[in-house]
Design a protein around this ligand. Structure first.
Ligand code: HEM
Length: 478
């Protein structure tokens, strides 16, 4: 009987690559060029691919409709996060609610976060975002060769300003450095097989001094210390500034002033999420998007020329863009959407976990299955986005009747994830990208430069996903 039950359960699993004994599909989980590898899996096995890695069930979903059915329509069952001994226990990062399991504590944190970043209050951050975009332009003008560095500082400083009202100083730069390191450490955890303790939790009780070099226990301790510092130092600075009466308006100062009943630990960890949680996507998504924008402009000079013409017709080369210009700059708006679609900053979102056993379209989904949204594939579906590897901002501009903008936007919104876990920072993020991209377009020409013989460099877009995300491009901004 037992044998037959197992056989039945196995036959109702979605298709997927054949597993090896014990380790299952461990070697089918890509470690580099994940977007292409996961796309190939979807091409071969369909929009719901099943893999089993060391006893964990993994479902790779490459359809916005299936994600919608699971994460929205069955959200009570699919809004949990997978548990990781390394991340939750040893690194002690459960206070970052992006990683927290679904339940009342998550709900409370998310509510507070949402209250300060929802659409109706996102405009509170506009002045800061405009000023930061102009600071970035000045920095690029001074040393265009340090572009990547400037983009990183820009992305970090806007978050630091929104969350704490603090400027970049040697002390806050140190916090950013710590956060970068926490990002690298937590990214390593996300790669299955990096840490044996994930599969043998008993190993968590091995003391650090017993492991040569400290091993996973040392990695976990260092990450825990850095994350606590990155969370506590800026928060204490705001509390001190409030006491002195010099605190700038920010998520933290507003939350502390608004409701004295909300406990400080909750505000501190929510602020830490706004800032540090962003690093859970390997690198700041805003920075990834801005790098992608530069690459897109270098690879598609015609798009930049058209965007500059639009900018000149509105600002008349007389002033810099503001948020009041948004409706008059549809093509630049299209560029921002296309940047996020062409190279989504979080191509596989953050995995969800099912709570109870479920059946979907005849397939069995056991409790505690990990559901990975293949956002890259969804955003490169040729049915919705013809010629998906081409950068075409017009996709997002209302055009003729054949152009189904509603369907396009439905798929596009997957870039922020779906359901109860959907990105709560999406309004401020889009705002920031709009003003920064519009400012750069109205001020700079962006080219690939010339080689030693004076010939224009050729640019082949190359997206690299791995421990460090990068766009291989040698841009010149003038
Ligand atoms: C364009 C930039 C951004 C993109 C593309 C993006 C995308 C995403 C995605 C795909 C998820 C996972 C959703 C899921 O689990 O289904 C997510 C979660 C999250 N994002 Fe963003 N994000 C961006 C910027 C931001 C910013 C600027 C903030 C903070 C101000 C933020 C805060 C969060 C938080 C806190 C979560 C976890 C939500 C939860 O678990 O309940 N994001 N984001």
């Amino acid at each position: 009987l037992w044998y037959r039950r197992k056989e039945n359960a196995a036959s109702s699993m979605p298709p997927g690559p054949p597993p090896l004994p014990v380790i299952g599909n461990l070697f089918d989980i890509p470690r580099k060029a994940e977007a292409l590898a996961y796309s190939r899996l979807a091409d071969k096995y369909g929009n719901m691919v099943y893999m089993s890695v060391l006893g964990k069930n993994i479902y790779l979903v490459s359809s916005v409709h299936i994600l919608n059915d699971l994460f929205n329509k069955r959200s009570a069952n699919y809004s949990d996060r997978p548990y990781s001994t390394m991340l939750h226990k040893l690194m002690d990062l459960e206070w970052i609610f992006a990683f927290r399991s679904y339940g009342n504590v998550w709900r409370e944190q998310r509510k507070l976060f949402h209250s300060q970043f929802q659409e109706t209050v996102a405009s509170d951050y506009m002045t800061l975002q405009v000023n930061s975009a102009r600071d970035l332009a000045r920095a690029i003008l001074a040393s265009p060769e340090d572009l990547i560095e400037h983009l990183h500082t820009h992305a970090a400083s806007v978050l630091m300003g929104m969350t704490y009202g603090l400027k970049m100083t040697p002390q806050t730069s140190e916090v950013v450095r710590m956060a970068d390191e926490v990002a690298m450490a937590s990214t390593k955890v996300a790669v299955p097989g990096s840490y044996l303790v994930e599969f043998l939790p008993i190993m968590q009780y091995i003391p650090e001094w017993l492991i040569p070099g400290g091993g996973f226990r040392k990695d976990a301790r260092e990450c825990k210390e850095k994350a606590a510092m990155a969370r506590d130092v800026p928060f204490e600075a705001v509390v001190n500034d409030i006491a002195k009466g010099i605190a700038k308006p920010s998520f933290t100062s507003k939350a502390l002033a608004r409701d004295s009943r909300v406990d400080q630990q909750l505000i501190k960890s929510c602020a830490g999420v706004a800032y540090l949680g962003m690093f859970s996507f390997r690198l700041l998504p805003i920075m990834v998007a801005l790098q992608t924008f530069v690459l897109a402009m270098v690879a598609h000079p015609d798009v930049l020329t058209r965007a500059q013409r639009e900018a000149d017709s509105v600002m008349c080369q007389d002033r810099l863009p503001t948020f009041d210009d948004r409706d008059s700059l549809p093509y630049i708006n299209g560029i921002v959407h296309e940047v996020l679609r062409w190279n989504p900053p979080a191509p596989f979102a953050i995995p969800h976990m099912s709570v109870n056993d479920d059946e979907y379209q005849g397939y069995h989904i056991p409790a505690k299955s990990i559901i990975v949204g293949n956002l890259w594939k969804i955003l490169h579906d040729p049915e919705v986005f013809p010629e998906p590897m081409r950068f075409i901002p017009e996709r997002f501009i209302r055009g003729d009747q054949d152009h189904n903008l509603e369907a396009i936007m439905e798929s596009f919104m997957a870039v922020y994830g779906l359901g109860r876990r959907t990105c709560p920072g999406r309004f401020v993020a889009f705002q920031q990208l709009f003003i920064t991209i519009a400012t750069i377009i109205s001020l700079f020409d962006i080219t690939a430069g010339v080689d030693e013989n004076g010939k224009p460099n050729k640019v082949e877009p190359d997206f690299t996903f791995g421990l460090v995300w990068s766009v291989q491009v040698p841009p010149v901004l003038r």
